[in-house]
Design a protein around this ligand. Structure first.
Ligand code: CP
Length: 304
């Protein structure tokens, strides 16, 4: 039994295999419609979600399986003090696979040690979000046709933005990738990601506060929301929340084949006026999330 807690749990070959399956699902959805008949997915969400939870649920239904679970901690026995470890031991009796989101970093890892079925980390605090990264990889592949030789701008809250942390870990495997880290000083990428991932893998990167200056060099621009729920101080959030707002005017110097991504939800960091730009990939990105989660469920349930 294998769980997915960190994107680094997957080899590059396994990521390729998941992408290949997702592309085949897109091409031939009917072939997959009964693959998970009789199987159950539990979605245990101790923190709010729209895309991740509903795309997991849609993925399992489209595979012919069924879904149970809860969408907030208050409607589970966590509200009475039950531990994550006990919760997943219990849910393992009812479901074949678990997708869990939790505000505490490491909670899905603890869950994977106690569950008797595979556990998927659907986001843990400001730490990791590996299925968003698989979604992002499928999007980059479909939009750009390659992973190599890309200059990727990561913009916004790089400190608390867990999707950025996982995406760096994934893209650092590919040759010719360069990162431009665009954030206010207070929201810079954690040092351990720079040293343990980028520097260890010899990945070039630069840090800047200036999105406009870096725009012409980018192949991919990955915007992120300032993560209000991770701040201790509301005044700091208010001061930083609109550090970057992408508008059509700011895209005038961008490449014609720029791919604009965002894990969503968006608050104010991309103007709705950008949505009709053909380079805006963030809603196509959402749909990719369903396909890659279908591929992941098949893999972890060892369905042929
Ligand atoms: N991208 C993402 O994780 O969105 P949700 O919080 O809506 O699941």
């Amino acid at each position: 039994m294998k769980s997915l807690i960190d994107i680094r749990d997957l080899t590059t070959g396994e990521i390729d295999e998941l992408l290949t399956t997702a592309l085949d699902i897109i091409a031939h959805p009917d072939r997959y419609a009964r693959k998970c008949c009789g199987k159950k997915l539990a979605t245990l969400f101790f923190e709010p979600s729209t895309r991740t939870r509903l795309s997991f649920e849609a993925a399992m239904y489209e595979l012919g399986g069924s879904v149970l679970g809860f969408s907030e901690a208050q409607s589970s026995s966590a509200a009475k003090g039950e531990s994550v470890a006990d919760t997943v031991r219990v849910v393992s009796y009812f479901a074949d696979i678990i997708a869990m989101r939790h505000p505490k970093e490491g909670a899905p890892l603890v869950a994977s040690m106690r569950a008797t079925v595979p556990v998927i980390n659907a986001g843990d605090g400001g730490h990791n979000h590996p299925t968003q990264t698989l979604t992002d990889l499928l999007t980059i592949w479909r939009e750009k046709g390659r992973f190599e030789n890309l200059t990727i701008g990561l913009c916004g809250d790089l400190k608390f933005g867990r999707t950025v942390h996982s995406l760096i870990a994934a893209m650092s495997r590919y040759a010719g990738v360069k990162f431009v880290l665009i954030s206010p000083d207070e929201l810079r990428l954690p040092g351990y990601i720079q040293t343990d991932i980028m520097e260890r893998n010899g990945i070039p990167y630069e840090e800047t506060t200036d999105l406009a200056a870096t725009m012409p060099a980018l192949d991919v621009l990955y915007m992120t929301r300032v993560q209000r729920e991770r701040f201790f101080n509301e005044a700091d959030y208010v001061r930083l929340k609109d550090s970057y707002v992408l508008t059509p005017a700011k895209l005038e110097t961008a490449r014609e084949d720029l791919c604009i991504m965002h894990p969503l939800p968006r608050v104010n960091e991309i103007s709705v006026a950008v949505d009709d730009d053909p380079r805006a990939a963030y809603f196509r990105q959402v749909l990719n999330g369903k396909y890659i989660r279908m591929a992941l469920i098949l893999k972890l349930l060892e369905v042929d």
